[in-house]
Design a protein around this ligand. Structure first.
Ligand SMILES: [Zn+2]
Ligand SMILES: [Zn+2]
Length: 110
């Protein structure tokens, strides 16, 4: 099968790029059905962006025990909450510290 260079348009930036005969042969060999949709610059960007994996650590929720993943490394002794427990905790009104309640009480005259 003969291949000749073709000009394709990038889906991302609209730039024209050459799908060379050599590349077409490579695609044909690999039995890739789809033509490349992105120019070299955009492809490079995608590869770089895709390789940045967020570190996710599997752990168990300190509250309900459900398995969850966190985008950080949990430190020993620090409670880790699953998504739903975290949202519940966020929705709860902050408990009034005892010291504040005491200071509101009017001291009895002695
Ligand atoms: Zn592009
Ligand atoms: Zn939980």
């Amino acid at each position: 099968m003969e291949f000749s260079d073709r000009v394709l348009k990038c889906c991302d930036c609209g730039a024209e790029f050459v799908f060379t005969a050599g590349e077409q042969l490579f695609f044909h060999d690999k039995q890739f059905k789809n033509e490349p949709k992105h120019c070299k610059q955009c492809k490079a960007k995608r590869v770089r962006g895709g390789s940045r994996v967020r570190p996710e650590t599997r752990t168990n929720c300190s509250q309900c025990g459900a398995e969850t993943t966190v985008p950080f490394k949990p430190t020993q002794g620090r409670p880790v909450l699953c998504r739903s427990c975290f949202q519940q905790a966020q929705g709860k009104p902050q408990p009034v510290p005892e010291i504040a309640a005491e200071s509101l009480a009017i001291p009895e005259p002695s």
